[in-house]
Design a protein around this ligand. Structure first.
Ligand code: PEP
Length: 247
């Protein structure tokens, strides 16, 4: 049985004052059966790790550089994120692929740096609307999966997040049939490449306009092991309902 994971991606949102949401979230979810992760902007990571101390909530980064240290102005390494209290790092989010031109090959190198720092990599993949309309969804997702995920995967060090680009921040959610088709496909690919035990143990999250109203249905869909949640993770009251849906 895979334990569900409710992961929040705050993106470029949140100031120190937003850390009060953590106490509210911890109060609303005192003993969850699922894992809870919040990935704030890097400026809030250490403060959020402190705020989460003694709660079941873990914190993560939203990206990292592939190198452990060096002359890379403005970048942050996986070991720095770990030092600030992170236990996981989101990699290959479609906004990074679009805004920063990150390729799946770039993502694969970053994944190794995250593992080397002892953290879990949450690897994002997903098709654009153009891909879906052209019937290329499984080809695109399959290609991103094989090129973004390097050898060395375990059920503990890796989570896959299927995030159709057209559903992110749009309020437009994929249907459960669309989600099941892609999640079943990803599960099959993971089992073929990494073996039945590892492939079956890796969690696959759905991301794309998950909210308190649709979370129960989405989290009951085949091979959905939780969610990667953007907008609805910013308010503790909303995210707590999503966490409860994953419980
Ligand atoms: C995301 O940023 O990963 C995401 C899924 O965003 P939203 O929930 O806002 O669609």
């Amino acid at each position: 049985m895979r334990k569900k994971l409710a992961a929040g991606n705050w993106k470029m949102n949140g100031l120190k004052a937003s850390l009060t949401e953590i106490a509210a979230l911890a109060k609303a979810c005192p003993a969850p059966n699922c894992d809870i992760l919040i990935c704030p902007p890097a400026t809030l990571l250490a403060g959020m790790a402190d705020a989460c101390s003694g709660t079941p909530i873990k914190v993560g980064g939203q990206d990292c550089h592939a190198a452990a240290s060096g002359a890379h102005t403005g970048d942050i390494s996986a070991s720095m994120l770990a030092d600030a209290g992170a236990s996981a790092v989101i990699l290959g989010h479609s906004e990074r692929r679009a805004d920063h031109g990150e390729t799946s090959a770039d993502v694969a190198v970053k994944v190794v740096s995250v593992w080397d720092a002892g953290l879990t990599a949450i690897i994002c993949i997903g098709e654009t609307l153009e891909d879906r309309d052209a019937g290329r969804t499984l080809d695109v997702v399959g290609e991103q999966l094989s090129s973004s995920v390097p050898e060395g995967v375990t059920a503990e060090n890796t989570v896959i997040a299927y995030e159709p680009v057209w559903a992110i921040g749009t309020g437009r959610t994929a249907t459960t049939a669309q989600i099941a088709e892609v999640h079943d496909f990803i599960r099959g690919k993971l089992e073929t490449r990494f073996g039945k035990v590892t492939g079956n143990g890796i969690r696959i999250l759905y991301g794309g306009s998950v909210n308190p109203k649709n979370a129960v249905e989405i989290f009951s869909t085949s091979n959905v092991d939780g969610g990667l949640v953007g907008g609805a993770s910013l308010r503790a009251a909303d995210f707590a309902m999503i966490v409860n849906a994953a419980d």
